[in-house]
Design a protein around this ligand. Sequence first.
Ligand SMILES: Cc1cc2nc3c(=O)[nH]c(=O)nc-3n(C[C@H](O)[C@H](O)[C@H](O)COP(=O)(O)OP(=O)(O)OC[C@H]3O[C@@H](n4cnc5c(N)ncnc54)[C@H](O)[C@@H]3O)c2cc1C
Length: 367
Amino acid sequence: MRVAIVGGGLAGFVAYTTLLHGGMEPEDVTVFDASGRDPAAVWRRRAEAIRQQRMRSESDGHCLPTSFPGLAVRAARRRVSPLPIVQSLCNRYHPTVAEFLEHVAEVQARTGWETRVVARRIERVTAVEDGFVLEGAERTFRHVLLALGHPGLNVPAELEADPRSVHAYEPHEYAADVAVVGAGMAAATEWLNALAAGARVTSVRRREPLRRPLNVPRALFSRRGLADYHTSGAGARTELLEHLLEPSFPSGQTWDGPLEDATRLGRFSVASQVDGEEQVICATGFKRGFAQDRLLGRLVDEHRLETHDRWLVLSPDCTVPALTDADRTLSIAGAAAQWAYPAADTLVGAKYAARGFLSRITACRTR
Ligand SMILES: Cc1cc2nc3c(=O)[nH]c(=O)nc-3n(C[C@H](O)[C@H](O)[C@H](O)COP(=O)(O)OP(=O)(O)OC[C@H]3O[C@@H](n4cnc5c(N)ncnc54)[C@H](O)[C@@H]3O)c2cc1C
């Protein structure tokens, strides 16, 4: 079995556990990762930078192949209390980041992950008759999943060379007078962090944030919502995907209480541009689109793959239609798979892509 996963972050890790659950042996799978053998390394650095305490996702935001039992059941067993399960039934259970990372470490040790990871960047993927040549691996693989993560942090051009600026997902402390650019979940987290650290905060934003519990509406996680999405035309899809990128964070007193208090005390205000603040935190997310990633950009150019705006067009199961058939599979997981699954950049999205990949391999006539 010649299966490769390029990118050993959380999405690649979820794909690996899914393949094992589907009957493959660890030695059937080779994982290539440019930055090391810890699947949570990239994620942990970002979550720590914004001092994230609880997961945004709920009980099913984990790295196991089946959705149930999730992290709520695990917490209920450990605490000998049904509370996490009750909270989970009302969509109110959010595991702590520490619990999540413990779970990742446990699954990592149990599945032999580290023995399957080759610490290497793959520069190019080229389709050949019986699969794909991975440049940097000097081997051909019949089934390949690309789980490359985001193509980099996005910093507004005018702030790139500004010595006061730091991206929210890079390690930082807080100055006494802070501007936070952006208005999504990371920005809202940073407003509260900086206020708690005693800073005066200016929220620099171009538009008002929406208030919603998850980045993507719940309907789009459901079979029915997804089926509607898959039947919609390219124009409607891009419109929806653009809408999902609008800044948002959950509603509730946890957010509003400290902001109202700070506004009253003159410690929190809103502005349309950065002024003379001592520190500028760019909570401006990631670079967007397949073309920003060198490997994906080359893949598209060299194989003339179909794209729409900045999205790579995928089949509903996250495979690349022109390069997937009965004998070989090219799948995408993570942020670049949004065309197939709007919430692709979540743990649930990683499971969705992984299951599509496994189904294709299982159905392959020349495994
Ligand atoms: C602060 C924060 C909090 C989040 N909270 C949640 C949450 O609570 N719940 C949830 O479901 N989701 C959450 N997410 C979203 C999501 O789970 C993450 O974005 C997740 O890390 C995506 O995993 P990934 O594997 O696609 O990308 P990454 O974790 O970035 O991993 C990609 C890996 O691919 C490697 N790579 C890239 N290119 C190559 C190449 N050419 N060759 C070899 N290796 C390569 C990189 O080195 C990296 O290790 C959060 C995201 C952030 C930033």
